[in-house]
Design a protein around this ligand. Structure first.
Ligand code: F6P
Length: 360
């Protein structure tokens, strides 16, 4: 009898811990004597005439993979295959090419490591192409529902917290207000967690509209109480006073959040007269070696995903709930987008510590 063969791919923006997930899958599959094919660049690898993949073997995943940032398989966060941008500017449904690629490889199932956007595409492909899918949640934004955390989030928060640790002494040396802009897309989880952990005075979240007066009042209070510096964390999707978002348009036509820190830095300098400086942390939050928490999570979720394939349980996402790994219908996870809970513990903690969240 031929060996069971599964495929694994990473999709969407990269983050720390992806290689640790792939490693866990390879280790678990090896114990079951299965073959694992790593698909290159997410679904784009299956779109090729000859699908692009790499046979993943234990010997390649024994050493530093647990520690290594990024994804050795490559990934992409653009180009929906159902409406794929072609070089002539038109859009084409290329889903059949991907399905053909998956069939050509003779995959028993595909383990997709992604966020909600990638899951939605993978699920549609699996449905249309009648292939088996298990999802593993990853995103620094931590906005996937039905799981308390996703691979990459802990590392991103650790990097942002370390940035505050580094900003604090220079802020104190120069009597400055330091503004740190962090990622997170439309959810303020990175800002809230790192702001609390890094001792911020103000944390601005996309979920709470801010008033310049409220923030300026807080900064003046900090000074009045005898401290010569302040730390402000701003989430990238915080809306400007006119309701618009700060976005960068890149040469490839892609638009991404970025720059709200400068807008708010200027407003606060004018409103308080304090010297302000702005740091935009950007992709540094995605690039480092994973923290121990992300390595543990990656290992536990990777093992569970293979176990689901062994049990023949598909269309599921593995998840972390209540100190345990569980599995949930992938459609439920996609539907349950999770931004910051305004009545939740961390918002309460921040307010109870006297941290200004921009609204009072
Ligand atoms: O979703 C992850 C994320 O890092 C967001 O926090 C950020 O807004 C976006 O991706 C950046 O995307 P790109 O890597 O395309 O610049």
């Amino acid at each position: 009898m031929s060996k069971k063969r599964i495929g694994i791919l990473t999709s969407g923006g990269d983050c720390a811990g992806l290689n640790a997930v792939i490693r866990a899958v390879v280790h678990r599959a090896d114990l079951l004597d299965w073959e694992v094919l790593g698909i290159i660049n997410g679904t784009a690898g299956l779109m090729k005439e000859e699908p692009e993949y790499r046979k993943l073997e234990l010997k390649d995943f024994d050493g530093n993979m647990l520690r290594r940032g990024g994804t050795v398989l490559g990934t992409t966060n653009k180009g929906n295959p159902f409406s794929y941008p072609m070089p002539d500017g038109t859009f084409k449904d290329r889903s059949d090419e991907i399905i053909a690629g998956a069939k050509k490889l003779g995959l028993e199932a595909i383990i997709g490591i992604g966020g909600d956007g990638s899951f939605a595409i993978l699920q549609k492909l699996a449905e249309k192409g009648d292939f088996k899918l298990v999802g593993i949640p990853k995103t620094i934004d931590n906005d996937i529902g039905k799981t308390e955390t996703s691979v990459g989030f802990d590392t991103a928060v650790t990097v942002a917290t370390e940035a505050l640790d580094r900003l604090q002494p220079t802020a104190a040396s120069h009597d400055r207000v330091m503004i740190l802009e962090v990622m997170g897309r439309d959810a303020g989880h990175i800002a809230l967690a790192s702001g609390i952990a890094g001792g911020a005075d103000v944390i601005l979240l996309p979920e709470i509209p801010y008033s310049v007066d409220a923030v300026a009042k807080k900064l003046k209070q900090v000074k009045a109480k005898g401290r010569n510096f302040a730390l402000v964390v701003v989430s990238e999707a915080v809306k400007k006073q006119d309701g618009g978002s700060a976005k960068m348009k890149y040469a490839d036509g892609e638009k991404r959040y970025g720059g709200i820190g400068y807008v708010i830095g200027d407003e606060l300098a004018v409103a308080t007269g304090f010297e302000t400086r702005v740091t935009i942390l950007g992709h540094v939050q995605r690039g480092s070696a994973p923290t121990y928490n992300d390595r543990m999570l990656a290992s536990a979720l990777g093992v569970k995903a293979v176990d689901l394939v062994a049990e023949g349980k598909f269309d599921r996402m593995v998840a972390w709930q209540d100190r345990k790994v569980v599995d949930v219908p992938i459609a439920e996870a996609i539907a349950a987008y999770q931004d910051v809970d305004l009545d939740g513990t961390l918002v309460h903690t921040a307010r109870a510590l006297g941290i200004c969240l921009g609204d009072e």
